[in-house]
Design a protein around this ligand. Structure first.
Ligand SMILES: Nc1ncnc2c1ncn2[C@@H]1O[C@H](COP(=O)(O)OP(=O)(O)OP(=O)(O)O)[C@@H](O)[C@H]1O
Ligand SMILES: [Mg+2]
Length: 352
């Protein structure tokens, strides 16, 4: 049995978890800074790193207590070393180094995107899901990334496509800001869309030929143009200024949200389906914050003609259990980091 303490601090969640054999979550503690950043309409990097410093010791201790695990029972310490905000990443990496050094156990640096992908390996209830058989196709859709990845085996990745401008989650966040729905935008847009007609606006879909790349900035601008028709004011600004823009209550927020959401989901599903068929994968894995989106999950399951897996909702957005899941496979094949492990803010997903 391999018990890994995992730490995640790449953005605005301070998180720690104890994971057994890359599958069983013994604890998954997340201290979210959401309320602090909400007033800025996005993550304020300096504030985020300071909050991580304040929270990290307690979060790690809570993870061990919840898992009923003593320091001496740990086999390794895993930590996100990129991509993310430099000051935020540094807090987690230094905490992990200190613990690994003090306990004389291996330190495993994990790519945050690999963590999102491996959230699909975590067991979330008492039943055992069927094992994942390679090759699989993964759609990683988060606040900073939109990547379509062919996963040949553990740690063997082939990037088929990625966004050439905004990430899917970023588009949700920006449209939510335009509609004054708050931060983070994804859940707010999904909620607003429930009452709306997804056919009300024929927003553009960027197909980019036959490529598996994505683009969402044109869609974002199209949404802004529609809103401007109602407000005649550019409200793509700081929320405080948007509040002064006196948005007329006649804006059909639900219809815009529903039509926008449908446009994003249409493109994500069509490209994933095409790639799944082209590479004849055994199943499709969704990962990242946007994979919490109900329309995306439902449409993907209906379209792909093969099993579609997605993490439980709590494991879609940032957490440390997913870092522990990814770290396990590195641990098994001896991918151990040196004490010179440094943060890499623009780290890409690549095979080791
Ligand atoms: N139900 C939902 N529908 C659509 N988007 C959602 C939903 N829930 C969360 N999101 C989006 O997911 C994103 C957050 O996901 P995540 O925590 O994976 O991103 P991140 O860690 O900030 O970015 P990255 O993982 O790329 O570094 C936000 O953009 C948020 O709006
Ligand atoms: Mg993330």
């Amino acid at each position: 049995m391999c018990k890994i303490l995992a730490i995640e601090s790449s953005c605005d969640e301070t998180a720690a978890a104890v994971v057994i054999d890359g599958i069983i979550v013994k604890s998954n503690v997340i201290a979210s800074q959401l309320e602090i950043h909400r007033r800025y309409g996005g993550v304020f990097p300096e504030v985020a790193s300071r909050q991580h410093i304040l929270a990290i010791s307690t979060v790690i201790q809570d993870a061990l207590i919840e898992a009923r695990t003593g320091w001496n029972e740990l086999d390794a310490v895993a930590v996100t070393y990129g991509p993310g905000l430099v000051g935020s990443l540094l807090v987690g990496v230094n905490a992990a180094k200190g613990i690994a050094l003090a306990l004389d156990i291996p330190l495993i640096g994990v790519n945050h995107l690999e963590g999102h992908l491996y959230s699909n390996w975590l067991k979330t209830d008492k039943t055992d899901p069927p094992p994942i058989k390679f090759p699989v196709l993964a759609l990683i859709v988060s606040g900073g990334h939109t990547e379509l990845v062919l996963v040949h085996n553990h740690g063997e990745y082939e990037i088929l496509g990625r966004t050439i401008d905004d990430a899917a989650g970023e588009a949700f966040d920006k449209v939510a800001r335009m509609l004054e729905l708050g931060f983070p935008g994804g859940p707010a847009v999904q909620e607003a869309a429930k009452e709306g007609n997804p056919q009300a606006y024929d927003f553009p879909r960027a197909w980019l030929g036959n490529s598996f790349d994505f683009s969402f900035s044109g869609l974002k601008t199209a949404v802004l143009r529609v809103i401007q028709k109602y407000t005649k004011t550019n409200i793509l600004q700081h929320p405080a200024m948007a509040a002064q823009a006196k948005v007329k209550p006649t804006i059909p927020i639900a219809d815009i949200a529903a039509s926008f959401q449908m446009a994003v989901v249409d493109v994500l599903v069509s490209k994933t389906k095409a790639a799944a068929e082209k590479y004849n994968v055994s199943e499709v894995l969704l990962a990242g914050g946007v994979s919490a989106n109900a329309l995306l999950r439902n449409k993907m399951m209906a379209a792909c003609g093969r099993p579609v897996r997605a993490p439980s909702l709590i494991l879609c957005t940032d957490n440390a259990a997913m870092i522990g899941a990814a770290a396990y496979w590195h641990f098994k094949v001896g991918h151990i980091s040196g004490w010179d492990l440094d943060v890499v803010t623009n780290l890409e997903l690549e095979s080791k």
